[in-house]
Design a protein around this ligand. Structure first.
Ligand code: NOJ
Length: 616
């Protein structure tokens, strides 16, 4: 019976993991008793499931969703420069990553997203690519890449590459040609315009300060760069550019990589009239840049030409795409991307490099709204940190010695139990913290240096104000090297100095300590990941925020038929007596970040940063 076979062949679904969306029948053979729903002989279960599940055309569904490996995966982001140095030059490399694959496998992650590893002059640490088919010399060779990929596959993990194709480096051969002359065959690979009365062609600003246009001496024309001057924007309206991109994608997919995280992908289409952006976009130009007229045409074309021919995972970095617009990129019926990163949660309270006060109800509202916008044909992501944002425990938790561990665990609970594919950033499994920056020389990031010149050196803001804010918001907080052990430079490198200073707390906060301590944040992540993997409700289940206005408690349910989970998080450094809303069953604790179990009561005495998952 082909349908029956198909049901069993679905990714990660075995007869022990069948869940029906249309009624309460669950058979959960490989799960501990405490997690089991009503069990039935498997044959009976299968027959009932086959006759009563929603079939959504020809494919079986779970709670209306088509099961896919990338919906069930837990992703771990590696910033290669800062992960592990194998050759003592102070810079992380691919061999370093290979040497730590067992550590990642033990953590339980399924997919590695590797920030750019391509040849680059490093104006923006690899997000300025000089040659898409070459490995950055500092990171190693193509043989090292192949070896790393082999090691990932041997451990049954997958690899996502970072596709940076809104722009290249100005040292890319295409741009080297393009800037030579107006009639150069590569001229139209980039966006060139004459100036306006001796000024740039329009008022567009760069994310890295100043105008987004740079005049080039060879022809006197300006080229567009939404990021650094050394990152000229490609002209996606040129079909040759699109075909070049599709070819380089195939080059890596044919090597066996499993998909892409796509850098600022909504910015690829520009309004050909290149109009000034209207006043209302001042300070939020990303919403303007993401609204180009052909973005969906180009992504659909990319899907048709490349993505649809492989079993891949795609996640678009969608800065400037609102929660409302998300389905336009990820609705599976549109054949564009699998999922995107929305920035509403991670950028809450952010105004450029400043962090303004924000509230928990505002954060909760983001997840509810996203859930409302995404029906079963859409899929989301959950992330609280990455290489462009500060450390999660410092940003959303409390990194004081008293609460660092508890708050990191509470945030991990949230990350792994909200709806959407979770992304862990390297070092968050150790609760690594922000760096104690004191002066501009402590920073590496081009964004920081440019804004210093544009705002501090012009006396618009004081150095103290700027540095104090950057201690909270700078991207360099998350780029300091991984802390592997308590030796010099946190065991990241044998060089006397790493490319960016290691956090001085590496003697206490490091992987060696965390792996040895059964109570560590690392081991708590392990438990959460394992729980998520065996609990379809935490992947495909409905999400409901029980108490949207509570100022410090985040309480929500994830339910799928008879599998019903209540997550209660005290996201504050104050104890709270929390009354579970009337009518909501509590059940018994199946995982918590601290010992002591309060079950089957609706009055919960929550200590600061307590996190509990109940089965009810
Ligand atoms: C987004 C990347 O995440 C960031 O690191 C980079 O600076 C910009 N895109 C430009 O590529």
């Amino acid at each position: 019976m082909p349908v029956f076979d198909a049901f069993f062949r679905l990714h990660s679904l075995t007869p022990s993991r069948l869940v029906c969306s249309s009624h309460d029948l669950v058979y959960y053979r490989s799960v501990p008793k405490s997690l089991q729903g009503p069990s039935l002989p498997s044959f009976l279960c299968v027959v009932l499931c086959l006759t009563s599940c929603a079939w959504g055309g020809d494919a079986p569904t779970l709670n209306g969703y088509r099961p896919q490996w990338w919906k069930e995966a837990v992703v771990y982001q590696i910033y290669p420069r800062s992960f592990k140095d194998s050759n003592g030059d102070g810079i992380g490399d691919l061999k370093g990553i290979s040497s730590k694959l067992d550590y990642l496998k033990d953590l339980g992650v399924d997919v590695i997203w590797l920030s750019p590893h391509f040849d680059s002059p490093n104006a923006d640490n690899g997000y300025d690519i000089r040659d898409y088919r070459k490995v950055m010399a500092e990171f190693g060779t193509m043989a090292d890449f192949d070896e790393m990929l082999k090691g990932i596959k041997q451990r049954h993990m997958k690899l996502l590459l970072d596709l940076v194709v809104n722009h290249t480096s100005d040292e890319h051969a295409w741009f080297v040609e393009s800037r030579k002359a107006k009639d150069n065959p590569y001229r139209d690979y980039y966006i060139w315009r004459a100036g306006r009365d001796g000024n740039p062609p329009n008022n567009w600003s760069s994310f890295f300060s100043g105008s987004a246009w740079k005049q080039d001496p060879a022809t006197g024309e300006y080229y567009l760069h939404l990021f650094a001057e050394k990152q000229p924007d490609l002209n996606w309206d040129n079909p040759k550019v699109r075909n070049e991109v599709y070819d380089l994608m195939k080059f890596w997919l044919d090597k066996g990589v499993d998909g892409f995280r796509m850098d600022v992908i909504p910015f690829i289409s520009k309004d050909p009239a290149l109009p000034d952006y209207p006043k209302e976009y001042e300070g939020r130009v990303q919403y303007f840049y993401a609204a180009g007229p052909k973005v969906h045409d180009y992504i659909r074309e990319m899907n048709r030409e490349v993505l649809s021919q492989y079993d891949v995972m795609t996640v678009g970095e969608a800065f400037g795409v609102s929660l409302e617009q998300t389905p336009l990129l990820v609705d599976e019926r549109r054949n564009e991307l699998n999922m995107i990163f929305n920035f509403d949660a991670i950028r809450l309270g952010r105004q450029s490099w400043r962090l303004n006060p924000w509230t928990l109800p505002e954060l909760k509202a983001v997840y509810t709204k996203l859930d409302q916008k995404l029906d079963a044909h859409n899929w989301g992501t959950v992330f609280l940190s990455n290489h462009d944002n500060p450390r999660v425990v410092s940003r959303f938790g409390d990194d004081s010695p008293q609460y660092r561990v508890a708050s990191a665990k509470a945030l991990a609970t949230m990350l792994l139990t909200l709806k959407g594919t979770p992304f862990i950033y390297q070092g968050d499994e150790l609760a690594m913290t922000n760096y104690p920056f004191t002066k501009i020389e402590d920073f590496n990031d081009i964004e920081v240096k440019n804004a210093w010149k544009a705002e501090v050196l012009t006396h618009q803001v004081t150095a103290e104000d700027y540095i104090a804010s950057l201690r909270k918001t700078s991207r360099d907080n998350s780029r300091t090297p991984m802390q592997w052990d308590d030796s010099a430079n946190g065991g990241f490198t044998t060089a006397p100095k790493a490319w960016l200073a290691v956090n001085p707390n590496s003697n206490e906060i490091n992987a060696k300590q965390a792996v040895a301590d059964p109570d560590s944040v690392y081991h708590y992540f392990q438990k959460l990941i394992a729980l998520r993997k065996k609990t379809p409700a935490l992947v495909y289940g409905d999400y409901k925020d029980l108490d949207p206005q509570h100022p410090s408690v985040f309480a929500y349910t994830r339910t799928l038929g008879a599998l019903r989970y209540l997550v209660v998080l005290n996201l504050s450094s104050q104890a709270v007596t929390y009354l579970v809303p009337a009518g909501q069953k509590v059940g018994s604790v199946i995982l918590s970040n601290r010992p002591g179990k309060e079950s089957a009561t609706s009055v919960l005495r929550l200590r600061p940063w307590d996190a509990r998952i109940y089965r009810f």
